[in-house]
Design a protein around this ligand. Structure first.
Ligand SMILES: *Cc1c(COP(=O)(O)O)cnc(C)c1O
Length: 407
């Protein structure tokens, strides 16, 4: 993907691209810029407030510890948890690994079964596959054509032998929101843990782990205007969720994640959570208006544009659009002014169409015609108008070229 988006400056080796020719950023599901307010709050913890939060003998340590604990409380508050239920990690990949492998390994004797679904992030699917290699039984459930879990099928699949069910809150490619409370109720009834990868949901939709009955929930900083390299795992205390740690050492984070906490990153995640809690409602309304403007602007001028995934059960900032008769890779090459994606960033190096779109049962032609557009906190109306103009003109041109070639 990066290859195709090179500007002519980059190709001529002139170094970093000139900001004025940077494409419009519409890939907010891949990552988001760190909010300047978050960066500002982090900075003192690199320099004068550099203490080790685990140093208990002097003021440097106490200062850092206090900052880390305040951040922990802010992260907890955003999801309706208590501070002691938050484990800081390096990101959602690590949180997902810890939740799935940790739960499955701890309960390997009596509950040797793991359940997930086809549209999960690769790090969830690969963690589950690893458990299968370690001797667990694995069920990877299909999803319905709208991208949502079939609850009857889930009910039939989860048994007294299931250690953990891992289903994401919001899909990173198509933005659909899974029925979390219903999934949680099934898990609770069967005694299985419900792990939820909420990397794309935290700060985008209201989440309350207590009300929803979630046992384990993964958070990523950089998907929600926080820094890269930090995340968290919510681990329920009552009833207590038992995990085997992945990383052994000094026993930090209640023994679940040894290693010195990165104070600046933890502080950044805390401020990220505080901002999300304060601004989510207003931000969602604004992003939703931008999304409507984009979709209406495109559809007013183009036929054959469909939204992939459930029409209503979705977050505001994501549109996975299939442009009939167009190859999305060609469309991306034709629109260098837009930073969008044809699938998850992790799989776009391969020529395979997105496994998520295929899991919906979308015909391969439509999967290959699909573009993911991610609108975020810093997207402007003017940028949306550039996107409409670019997409409409280039789709028309590609369709015209295609029909000429067919003649
Ligand atoms: C980005 C993402 C991850 C990985 O998060 P990192 O913090 O980058 O490790 C996991 N799951 C989903 C749904 C994501 O979007």
């Amino acid at each position: 993907m990066a290859e195709q988006q090179k500007t002519s400056e980059q190709e001529s080796g002139a170094g970093r691209p000139n900001r004025s020719v940077q494409p419009v950023y519409l890939d907010n599901q891949a990552t988001t810029p760190t909010d300047p307010r978050v960066v500002e709050a982090m900075l003192p913890f690199f320099t004068e407030r550099f203490g080790n939060p685990h140093s208990t003998g002097h003021a440097y340590g106490w200062d850092a510890e206090e900052a880390v604990e305040q951040a922990r409380a802010e992260v907890a508050a955003l999801i309706g948890a208590s501070a002691r239920e938050i484990v800081f990690t390096s990101g959602a990949t690590e949180s997902n690994n810890l939740a799935i492998k940790g739960a499955a390994r701890f309960h390997r004797e009596r509950r040797p079964h793991v359940v997930t679904c086809t549209t999960e992030h690769k790090c969830v699917l690969e963690s589950c596959r690893q458990m299968e290699r370690e001797g667990h039984r694995l069920t990877v459930l299909p999803v319905r054509p709208d991208g949502l879990i079939d609850l009857d099928l889930l009910w039939e699949t989860v048994t007294e032998e299931t250690a953990v069910v891992s289903i994401m809150a919001v899909n990173n490619e198509i933005g659909v929101i899974q029925p979390l409370a219903e999934i949680a109720a099934i898990c609770r009834e069967k005694g299985a843990y419900f792990h939820c990868d909420a990397a794309q949901a935290v700060g985008k939709i209201p989440l309350d782990v207590t009300a929803a009955g979630i046992d384990l929930l993964s958070i990523s900083g950089h998907k929600v205007y926080g820094p890269k390299g930090v995340g968290a795992l919510y681990v329920r205390r009552r009833p207590r969720v038992r995990l085997e740690p992945l990383i052994d050492g000094g026993g930090q984070e209640r023994g679940l994640r040894s290693g010195t906490l990165p104070t600046p990153l933890c502080v950044g995640l805390g401020v990220t959570a505080r901002l999300a809690a304060a601004e989510m409602a207003e931000e969602t309304a604004r992003i939703s208006r931008l999304k409507d403007r984009l979709l209406e602007g495109i559809r007013r001028r183009l036929d054959g544009v469909q939204v992939n995934g459930h029409a209503e059960q979705r977050i505001a900032g994501n549109l996975s659009l299939a442009f009939e008769g167009v190859d999305a890779e060609a469309l991306m090459r034709a629109t260098p002014r837009l930073a969008v994606s044809t699938g998850s960033a992790c799989t776009s190096a391969s020529v395979e169409p997105s496994y998520v779109l295929q899991a919906l049962g979308l015909p391969e032609k439509l999967s290959r015609a699909s573009l993911r557009i991610g609108i975020g906190r810093f997207t402007t109306e003017a940028e949306i108008d550039v996107a409409i103009e670019e997409l409409v003109s280039k789709v028309r041109a590609l369709r015209a070229a295609g029909s000429q070639a067919a003649e």
